[in-house]
Design a protein around this ligand. Structure first.
Ligand code: HEC
Ligand code: HEC
Ligand code: HEC
Ligand code: HEC
Ligand code: HEC
Length: 367
């Protein structure tokens, strides 16, 4: 579709792109200096041979390639979680970011689908000069290198990690870059946290695993949790941002944190339960999904409004002080939100859990 975006047809394309999800990047104004291209979804048919070039990257940089192979960038289009959600969408707007090596005007061919976000997608921008983008400092390479300050900043990620809703320009669907800019880690690059240096000597390189939502250790870094009994019936769970350069959770609009507490009586039987979900809470105005209308009601994610902790008070009833309480904080990947505030889950990862002993109770039988 983007291929048609030239000349007189451009305004039609712009409205089509807007209608089906992508906001086109502003065209440079006359007299504006040409900017260095950073990674972004393609707007035209990718130049031929990019996947052959990618095979070269993989051959000569085997350690980086092994990590990329098992990363979610590589499986961005092929993993079943993505496929299930995409199947529910009315139009295919997802491919340019999830399979950026494919022709954006037609369904991805098998090779581009299998590559997902490839080496070339990040290092050889589609409308760049063909040289490999790299961070500013380092030695020579047997191929063209373009060392750029911007590539060592959030600009390397912004083309895909920040965008608006289909039908609602100005209403963000993912806003990790703005969240980063507003966080106390604004001066720490995304790569500093997400691409740590690993290996020794000649093997030393930046990890290309990009582990996050499935890795409990990474998730634990994001939050400092304090749990106490607030009064006879309430447990207070305070969640303060940890070493995280954006809200927690960030990214996909249906990411959420489940904060729950369950009370057990003397026999070890569960007798009380309360929970809250921290997320961007949307209301659907015209059916769910990116094609429909979505209005943000409120955002109670950790760190979404500065460094103050989010306080969750859970009610376990008037006998709560006599109960042993087990609490959990769980990162959930909601696949589809339901109108009643519930959600169909694609998966979840426990971040933290713990227990509070009963106050002045008799001996409790541990399970
Ligand atoms: C013929 C082998 C070969 C091929 C093909 C190749 N590279 Fe390299 N590349 C090297 C060598 C050797 C260096 C310099 C030593 C090093 O940093 O590993 C290098 C350097 C780099 C650097 C700079 C490292 C630094 O110092 O900051 C980047 C980034 C890079 N390559 C990415 C790529 C990407 C992406 C591709 C595919 C488009 C690619 N390379 C293809 C061999 C290759
Ligand atoms: C060409 C588009 C593109 C670029 C550029 C890009 N990403 Fe991604 N990224 C994606 C997509 C698409 C996914 C989702 C993959 C999936 O389906 O699981 C993703 C997933 C991730 C994840 C895993 C999220 C999770 O759920 O665990 C992390 C972390 C991440 N990206 C960080 C970065 C960082 C840091 C940069 C910049 C250095 C960057 N990305 C650049 C498209 C991109
Ligand atoms: C100070 C370290 C730090 C910085 C800087 C940082 N992140 Fe993260 N990021 C984390 C941690 C910790 C997590 C796990 C908690 C979470 O999911 O939010 C994470 C999670 C993510 C996820 C997974 C989202 C989810 O919740 O499933 C994505 C995508 C991501 N980061 C992208 C980025 C991008 C893009 C940038 C730069 C604009 C960035 N991060 C900057 C630490 C950081
Ligand atoms: C999601 C985007 C992304 C993908 C995919 C990606 N890279 Fe990188 N890569 C980066 C960024 C950003 C840096 C620079 C980070 C910094 O130093 O700030 C980098 C750094 C590097 C470096 C120099 C540092 C080092 O580790 O030696 C090499 C070499 C490299 N990448 C090769 C590759 C190869 C080969 C692939 C595919 C197998 C690949 N990259 C896939 C974003 C990406
Ligand atoms: C402008 C780029 C962009 C577009 C367009 C886009 N996505 Fe994504 N998507 C991302 C990025 C970046 C992430 C990683 C954030 C995270 O993991 O929370 C992601 C993550 C996801 C995830 C979570 C994957 C996982 O395994 O954790 C799903 C599901 C998803 N997208 C579905 C879709 C669907 C369906 C569409 C089309 C309606 C779509 N996306 C369009 C950039 C995009």
């Amino acid at each position: 579709m983007a291929r048609w975006c030239a000349g007189a047809l451009r305004w039609i394309c712009v409205s089509m792109l807007a209608a089906c999800g992508l906001q086109p990047t502003a065209a440079p104004q006359p007299g504006e200096p040409a900017r260095v291209r950073m990674p972004a979804p393609p707007r035209t048919v990718p130049t031929p041979g990019r996947l052959d070039d990618n095979a070269g990257c993989v051959r000569c940089h085997p350690l980086v390639a092994q990590e990329w192979q098992r990363s979610q960038h590589r499986s961005a289009y092929s993993d079943p979680e993505f496929a299930r959600v995409q199947a529910r969408e009315r139009v295919d707007v997802c491919q340019p970011c999830h399979a950026p090596e494919a022709d954006p005007s037609r369904v991805a061919d098998a090779a581009a689908a299998e590559h997902g976000v490839a080496c070339t997608s990040c290092h050889v921008p589609h409308d760049g000069d063909g040289r490999v983008l790299a961070a500013p400092h380092g030695g020579a390479a047997p191929h063209g290198l373009r060392r750029e300050v911007a590539f060592a900043t959030a600009a390397a990620c912004a083309g895909c990690h920040e965008f608006d809703f289909a039908s609602q320009p100005g209403q963000p669907m993912q806003r990790t870059i703005s969240e980063h800019r507003a966080s106390r880690f604004a001066d720490v690059s995304c790569a500093s946290c997400h691409m740590p240096w690993v290996g020794e000597g000649d093997a030393r390189h930046r990890s290309h695993d990009f582990a996050a939502s499935r890795d409990p250790a990474v998730l634990r870094d994001a939050v400092v949790v304090t749990v106490a009994r607030a009064d006879d019936s309430h447990v207070r769970i305070a969640l303060a941002p940890g070493a995280v350069g954006h809200a927690f959770p960030t990214g996909d609009l249906f990411r959420q944190l489940l904060v729950e507490a369950e009370g057990f009586d003397h026999d070890g039987d569960p007798v009380a339960y309360d929970a809250r979900v921290l997320a961007r809470h949307f209301v659907s105005t015209r059916g769910l999904g990116s094609g429909g209308g979505m209005r943000l009601l409120h955002d109670d994610r950790v760190g979404a409004h500065g460094d103050a902790p989010v306080i969750v008070e859970l009610d376990l009833g008037e006998d709560a002080s006599a109960l042993r309480v087990r609490w959990r904080v769980v990162h959930q990947r909601a696949e589809f939100p339901l109108p009643d505030g519930d959600a169909v889950l694609a998966g979840e990862t426990e971040v933290l859990a713990g227990e509070l002993a009963p106050i002045g109770g008799d001996t409790v039988r541990q399970r």
